[in-house]
Design a protein around this ligand. Sequence first.
Ligand code: PLP
Length: 396
Amino acid sequence: MRKPIPRPARLTPETTAVLTGIGEDAAFGAIAPPLHLSTTFAFEAVEREGPYAYSRAGNPSRDLLGRALAQLEGGAGAVITSSGMAAIDLVLSLLGPEDLVVAPHDAYWGTLRLLGARAARRQFRLALIDQGERPAVERALAERPRLLLIESPSNPLMRVIDIADLASRAKAAGAQVAVDNTFLSPALQQPLALGADFVVHSTTKFINGHSDVVGGAVVAADRADLDTLASWAGTVGAVGSPFDAYMTLRGVRTLFARVERQQLSAMAIAEFLEAHPMATAVHYPGLPSHPNHALASRQQRGFGAMLSFELSGGLEAVRRFADALRVFTLAESLGGVESLVAHPQTMTHAGMARPAQVAAGITDGLLRLSVGLEHVEDLLADLAAALDAAKAAGAP
Ligand code: PLP
């Protein structure tokens, strides 16, 4: 048996992301951790279970990813789920029919759909509010909710919510707080340090970072909450596969380097769009013109690689713009090494009723960009050409 390489007790998050599981293989001293696909594990004897018994309940490859994410988010532990939606649903499993959930009216559409469907089945009560509006928040908290769900920055409008402020007021009202940290990843924001009880992730996005795994995670601040969630995830089988966990941990190793580079390009693109006459509004918290710029500067370690903007000329301009792109790809999802553009109204938020779209600010001309690792000059040239192509439809 080889001993794991001893590591210093305290490491920076960047190093933790790179080194989790490296050099720990007791059998052969493998540097990269082995992938444990086995569904079942031998008992040592009758009534003597080893560290693992059955992979729905626990698996070494999945646990390694959980360890990495828990350390990066500063939590007691993590449950690795089969998707981001499964991660959100896992948190919702804590609720009963009398419990009230307060969530943002402009959240990711999949989240809204899940919340609405479960509330319609009377699994909890639901209030969707504009969390940036103080009176709406006060009214909702006066109802003594059991859970407050925050998405910051929001998908797709990049609204930033004051997590520390909302978390402390929610806790005073007796609620637990869950934050969807998908858009920033733990490299740029740590909601537990701001007072949240749970962080949820679609690891499909920045954490895996290569658009080849659908996965999710819940990180809990408290050990008892973690145990409850882990036990339920094992009971219903909402857990992620070992292979997906292995792939995702591979993505985690480069998370900081990717996100740091990607957000530099995002900033350059936001500035370029802000100066372009075809973009009538640009939503990027890194721009001083963004209404939550000061809050984002305080709350986040960076502004991230997601942004959205309003293209002049409506749907026809959007069509011309998308057809002209040669480096960006028109696709849903985000957070990969490749740059993507999405039209929320007809893609990610297409299932949302038109009045709800309007209330959430999802207009004909809104486009969302996920900025990847291509050279920023290629990205800017691609956008410039596509904006030129859109001009015929929408010269302001
Ligand atoms: N949360 C946010 C903010 C998202 O953007 C998404 C997906 O786009 C999800 C959750 C759901 O994640 P998944 O697609 O992995 O289920």
